[in-house]
Structure formats: C-alpha cells, structure tokens
Design a protein around this ligand. Structure first.
Ligand SMILES: [Zn+2]
Length: 55
C-alpha cells in the first residue's frame, strides 16, 4: 500500500499527517512518511502497546 518511506539520513524537521487511528510523522524535506513513525491516538493508561499490525 505504502512502501515509499522517507530515506533521508538526517531529518531536520518533521510534520504530522493525521489519519483515522493516529498520525504519521512526515519528513519535511521529502514529504514522505517516516518508517515506523506511526503513533496511535489511543494510548491506554500506563500501557504502551507497541504491536503494530502489518497487513
Ligand atoms: Zn525525507
């Protein structure tokens, strides 16, 4: 689906791209998503589940 991630070695600044479940970190230099840069909105109390399903 989306296999085109940022490949910049030194990302100086990022922005975010919000979606339904969370947001992506976006490289400001190339405008692409940062791999593993996805953050869920719903972080439960005290527990930070880090299981990201890859379809
Ligand atoms: Zn980049």
């Amino acid at each position: 689906m989306c296999n085109d991630y940022c490949k910049c070695e030194n990302v100086k600044s990022i922005t975010t791209e919000e979606c339904e479940f969370g947001y992506w970190e976006i490289c400001c230099q190339c405008g692409k998503r940062i791999e593993d840069g996805f953050h869920y909105y719903n972080h439960y109390d005290g527990e930070d589940h880090d299981d990201i399903d890859i379809f």
